[in-house]
Ligand binder design. Sequence first.
Ligand SMILES: Cc1cc2nc3c(=O)[nH]c(=O)nc-3n(C[C@H](O)[C@H](O)[C@H](O)COP(=O)(O)O)c2cc1C
Length: 336
Amino acid sequence: MDLSTTYLGLELPHPVIPGASPLADDLDTVRRLEDAGAPAIVLRSLFAEQIAREEVQSFLHLDRHGESFAEALSFFPSPERFALGPDEYLEHLRKVKEAVRVPVIASLNGTRPGSWRDYPGLIERMGADALELNIYHLPTDPSVTGDEIEELALQAVREVKRSVRIPVAVKLSPFFSAFGHFAARLDAAGADALVLFNRFYQPDIDPETLTVVPSLHLSRSSELALRLRWLALLSGRVRASLAVTGGVHDGVDALKAVMAGAHAVQVVSALLARGPEYLATIRRELAQWLEEHEYASLREAQGSMNLLACPDPEAYERANYMLILQGWRAGRRAGA
Ligand SMILES: Cc1cc2nc3c(=O)[nH]c(=O)nc-3n(C[C@H](O)[C@H](O)[C@H](O)COP(=O)(O)O)c2cc1C
């Protein structure tokens, strides 16, 4: 089965990619992913906060301001809380490039223009084949408008696009008031791919200890539905390629994302839970489904269930919401 796809201008033999995570921290695991057939590898993110901390630190060191400004460093998370510092990140990227033949996608995480300093260029020079920008913004200040937040992200993308030649993907959250419009603006700003969606790591409250408890749970397939809808709504309407991240756990999940319009299917939780070799299983299940249903290739299925092609476009829209609520009967499932 021909599973080939084009993502970020890269010709890939199939769409199932290990997403940004600790999976690529270790060179042995990176090689295992490649052996399992990973067509590209995404590295974990380097955070803007790490870059800023290092900058303050070298300022203190160079200008002997250590005593008076040492407190400035306390505003940044301490370096031991990160797996790789900025220099180590570049060095690790170089090693991963040496270790595998498949394209390597580096990742920068932040919220505003300028926050990555010259790292996009350094990452390109270190050999990355593409760069994923994770714009993980939590707007906690009620005086900041949606437009201001979007503008910051757009400027950040424009700035990075001006400074590198490698393709740039933008990984996003779904929490924008008019996500479709924002996606179209990112597309116009030059984003080469949109990666849908960041999972939000929601803090919980422990009422006994009166503490806010951070929590990280691996995803479930049920999280895919939100992504499917937005893939379907954007597919065929933006120039950028589309990737899904969040909730892909088997070949049928991957297939649904492709049918909704994904060019690449990123997987993290399933590989963390079952090991790097599970990537080959997802790929095999995807191929098997397409064969059994007599598709000639993956491209034939790609976008076949997007809003433009879907036999029942209302299913993605408000009408469906009304019908589902109206159709509920006690003791049986809506629509059953
Ligand atoms: C332990 C862990 C570490 C992660 N680190 C990053 C990261 O550094 N950068 C990033 O963009 N996403 C990171 N993610 C998010 C994943 O790339 C992915 O978007 C998310 O887990 C949803 O995909 P999944 O359902 O396949 O797990 C991380 C996820 C996990 C579970």
